[in-house]
Design a protein around this ligand. Sequence first.
Ligand code: ZN
Length: 296
Amino acid sequence: MEIKILDVSAGNVSGDIASYLLITDKYCIIIETGPSGAVKKLYQGLEEEGLTARDIDIIVVTHIHLDHAGASGHIVKKNRGIKLYVHPRGYPHMIDPSKLWQSSKETLGELARIYGPPIPIARGNLVRADDGSTLDIGEDELVFIHTPGHASHHMTILLRGNGFLFSGDAAGLYHDNVLVPITPKPHNPEKAIKSLEKLLEYDVKKVFFTHYGVYAPGKDAIEYAIRKWREWRDTIYEFYKKGYDLDRAYQELVEVDLEAGIMDKYFKSRGYAGDELKVSVEGMMSYFKWIEDNPR
Ligand SMILES: [Zn+2]
């Protein structure tokens, strides 16, 4: 089996959003499509492998956010034979993406415009991927593992024989040996940590991050993610209890947390989504507010 990384970052940026191309003896598979606005980059990447959209048999998306699944409709439009595997909670939004687009514009602002709007996909092209279900791809098997936390409709995909895990946003963002959680609203850190612990039960040899690239050994990546999620949860909860507003909580986190500081600089230098770290702090803060407003 061949696995290629296609860079489908939005705008003029590179190394931010990955699409993974798997070529087995049976199928051509794309895991993550990248955003609608970068679909040309995806086609270019395929062309370099001597392929077009018509050669793709299967698409799998970890979740329906624009940077992970946004280009799906465009590819399916070019090839009506494609089967697209998606979390059951994301399924209706692939058929009718209007609500998803509306809420993305509200939460992402300018970035939503850069990612571009998703287009609808016919029911016949979609398959609901239930938790623990598998797909025989010839030389190996894909296992769909539901991993809520970053989003309620998030799953990760394990290439079982190889022990390769396609983590979407479940294990955070990885850049230059640094990892940070991705926790925009609505986020649930307890579910995110439970999901990561569930992934430790599998023999994960490598983690393929959508943002961005490969980390080995995979188990270390998952443990690193668990540690960071716990640290952020505890640190930001302290800030929340002290009554800090978002600006102050963000400033303090960037100061006390090594990875947050490094990554914030990277986000700011990247050319778009400079506020990504602050958006994550906001997600954590609003979780604590939600817990306070909805006591068990
Ligand atoms: Zn993402």
